[in-house]
Design a protein around this ligand. Structure first.
Ligand code: G1P
Length: 286
């Protein structure tokens, strides 16, 4: 499978790690330099071929829809002032062929529930999921989601982006057990304690899944943390279809916490000719 038409962005989370800013600013709108986190995620989806972006949102997140909407007064002002570069920037957030759809997650029942809210828009085709907190860069190469779409053997298969994490951190992730010498996932568990984890290979926020996952999500009961977990529905899919672990090429920044945000900012500053001299710490040093 080479192309993904639809990509889901679960963006209804509260962002408590960034309070007080996230009292009024959606965490997906926090900037890394001058671009909000959601822009990096959307660029990745577009690179993977998406033409329909599905945002699973709530009533506190209207700024995401406002951001992708046209801003007539601003554009008119920039036009009259001859600020053509800035005008192109605000008009070019999405290619013209791409449309945004917003669906509401009325209750915070978990990531699996958020994905299920997108079912009516996604319909009966394979789709991608990007968790914007996980910012993944691969300068000059294909984005992580594009790599995964190209890696998927067919439309019934799943592909999850994985990365090795310290053993002590398994409780923060979905952890997979992969067949020896291959890519196929045999077993998957949400946020296991280090001593119970089947490996230290963690799922980071990128998924390519078949539409069958929606039926499995409907049958999924609350799991870790009392939430409807996407991991549990994928674990049920493992017995029916190949689900592959993809060790992506690129660097991930966990922008769900302050350290990751600072590292991402340093990374992009180091690549910016005007800011490079300010950056003294290697940005990818974990
Ligand atoms: C979610 C998933 C988890 C995955 C993680 C990646 O957890 O439930 O399986 O490893 O995203 O960032 P969350 O970070 O929302 O708690």
């Amino acid at each position: 499978m080479a192309r993904l038409r639809k990509v889901v962005f679960p963006v209804a989370g509260l962002g408590t790690r960034f309070l007080p800013a996230t009292k009024v600013v959606a965490k997906e709108m926090l900037p890394v330099l001058d671009r909000p986190l959601i822009q990096y995620a959307v660029d990745e989806a577009v690179d993977a071929g998406a033409d329909t972006l599905v945002f699973v949102t709530n009533r506190y997140k209207h700024s995401i829809a406002d951001y992708f909407d046209s801003a007539y007064e601003l554009e008119e002002t920039l036009q009259r002032a001859g600020k053509h570069d800035l005008l192109a920037t605000v008009q070019g957030l999405l290619p013209p062929r791409v449309r945004c759809v917003y669906v509401t997650q009325e209750q915070a029942l978990g990531l699996g529930h958020a994905v299920l809210c997108a079912r009516a828009v996604v319909g009966d085709e394979p789709f991608g999921i990007i968790l914007p907190d996980d910012l993944i860069v691969n300068p000059g190469g294909p984005s992580a989601l594009r790599q995964m779409a190209e890696f998927a053997p067919d439309t019934q298969a799943g592909v999850l982006a994985v990365e090795e994490v310290p053993r002590a951190d398994t409780g923060k992730y979905g952890i997979v057990d992969v067949e020896p010498g291959g890519d196929r996932i045999r077993h998957m568990v949400e946020k296991p304690k280090p001593e119970q984890a089947p490996s230290n290979l963690a799922v980071v926020g990128r998924y390519v899944l078949p539409a069958r996952i929606f039926e499995l999500l409907e049958q999924t009961t609350p799991g870790a943390g009392g939430e409807i977990q996407l991991t549990d529905a994928i674990a049920a899919l493992l017995g029916e279809a190949p689900v592959l672990a993809h060790r992506f090429t690129g660097t991930r920044f966990d922008c769900g916490n302050k350290k990751g945000m600072v590292r991402a900012t340093l990374h992009f500053a180091a690549a910016d000719p005007e800011l490079r001299d300010l950056v003294r710490t290697p940005a990818t040093d974990r």
